[in-house]
Write a protein that binds this ligand. Structure first.
Ligand code: HGY
Ligand code: MN
Ligand code: MN
Ligand code: MN
Length: 400
């Protein structure tokens, strides 16, 4: 079965008619449907499937005679709201296609596929929630207390999704069973388009974090409240967002985004009493990110005061810059001598695992270079080339 046809099947799950693209939050019915799709494909290939206490689905190819830590690949099936069809699913479908190629190779090591839940953090606000739980990057107590936009706690959602919150948390034994992890992912930029190659080896992941800003003012009637003396948190937030944009513009390589803003109560004829907005901030140097956060906190305080409001800034997640293991990159480049190396500004579960075991990534060309949008794209031929490259790399690592 081709990667493209598997992507076609996945594309029938979680389409978002309102926003376009796909909306696939973690640990819910859509996620369950996607997991069942994956489990069906894995079982049909003779893989042993299990779902761990953190909700990660593992599929193992462990024929008799294979020994030692497994070579694992995989990615995620959840999406951002209105996301594209490749961010995550391309890595999972390519992993299944790679297994089809590897099964006849009589490799000495077991091969595994991992499907990580809530990689986007779209529902509970923390990116890579599954792999962070697995590695201990987030304490289960903190994770279980996270709430989604409806006020549902992760503990309740996980329990409804068939998990036992009491068993969640770091699993060093599971990590020890992995000799190397290689994630294939659609490129979320135009690097490969400009270089004219279908596949690249990843060199690094930009450090990135998320902060929630809550601004409180005075709610009131839009018609009976004169402009003088208003304490409008939405106006304060607007000034803050522009100031954050200007700060990032003035800092080479920085990226700052506010894509989510929620006024309370959210009425057209109501001056909001509060507004929450989230900042996604990224920079290759973790020290610069920290300095930018300090500047953001200061400007938020100054603007809030000027607008007669109060404000808080709370860190929700923070991921340091990742430089992938040089030895592993060398092995991948030996397997794929024509493939260039590219860094990425996008976070991945591979970035979380990189601090715990030998980890690498492959990127596959995206002709539009656009991601987190229905315009994300990967041509069928490149998708197949990616799966062949992944099989090549996994086979080499299994024989190493
Ligand atoms: O936000 C990211 O960089 C990734 O897509 N989760
Ligand atoms: Mn993404
Ligand atoms: Mn992704
Ligand atoms: Mn009225």
């Amino acid at each position: 079965m081709t990667v493209a046809s598997m992507l076609g099947e996945i594309g029938a799950i979680g389409a978002d008619a309102t926003r376009g693209g796909y909306s696939r939050p973690g640990y819910c019915a859509v996620d369950r449907e996607l997991r069942e799709w994956f489990e069906g494909h894995a079982i049909r290939r003779g893989l042993d499937v299990e779902r761990d206490a953190n909700g990660i689905v593992w599929a193992w190819w462990r024929p008799p005679g294979t020994t030692g830590p497994a070579i694992v690949t995989g990615s995620h099936l959840d999406s951002v709201p209105g996301g594209g069809g490749y961010d995550g699913p391309l890595g999972v479908a390519s992993a299944l296609a790679a297994i089809d190629l590897l099964k006849s190779m009589a490799l000495p090591r077991p091969i595994g596929i991992a499907v990580f839940p809530e990689e986007e953090g779209s529902r509970f606000g923390v990116a890579c929630l599954g792999s962070r739980l697995l590695t201990g990057a987030i304490a289960p107590e903190r994770a279980l207390a996270l709430k989604d936009a409806e006020g549902d706690t992760f503990a309740d959602a996980a329990a409804r999704d068939g998990l036992d919150p009491a068993r969640m948390g770091a699993d060093p034994a599971s990590l020890a069973g992995i000799g190397a992890f290689v994630e294939l992912h659609v490129e979320q930029g135009r690097g490969l388009v400009d270089l004219g190659h279908p596949v690249a080896v990843a060199s690094s992941i930009l450090g990135h974090g998320r902060w929630r800003v809550s601004v409180d003012g005075q709610g009131n009637h839009a018609g009976t409240t004169l402009m003088q003396g208003r304490r409008d948190p939405v106006v304060a937030a607007a000034s803050m967002i522009l100031a954050i944009r200007d700060l990032a513009r003035a800092t080479p390589d920085a990226r700052a985004t506010v894509g989510r803003l929620e006024p309370v109560p959210g009425g057209t004829n109501v001056i909001a009493s509060r507004v929450d907005f989230w900042i996604d901030l990224r920079h290759p140097d973790d020290l610069v990110t920290a300095a930018l956060v300090t500047r953001v906190r200061d400007l938020v305080d100054v603007i809030a005061l000027a607008e007669g409001c109060t404000a808080t800034v709370r860190e929700e997640s923070l991921s340091p810059t990742v430089d992938f293991d040089l030895g592993l990159r060398r092995q991948l480049r030996a397997a794929l001598p024509d493939a260039p190396e590219l860094g990425t500004g996008a976070g991945h579960d591979a970035g979380v695992l990189a601090g715990h075991l030998p980890t690498a990534m492959l990127f596959v060309r995206n002709p539009t270079g656009v991601s987190h949008s229905p315009e994300e794209l990967c041509e069928d031929a490149d998708a197949e080339a990616g799966a062949v490259a992944l099989a090549q790399v996994l086979g080499d690592l299994a024989r190493a």
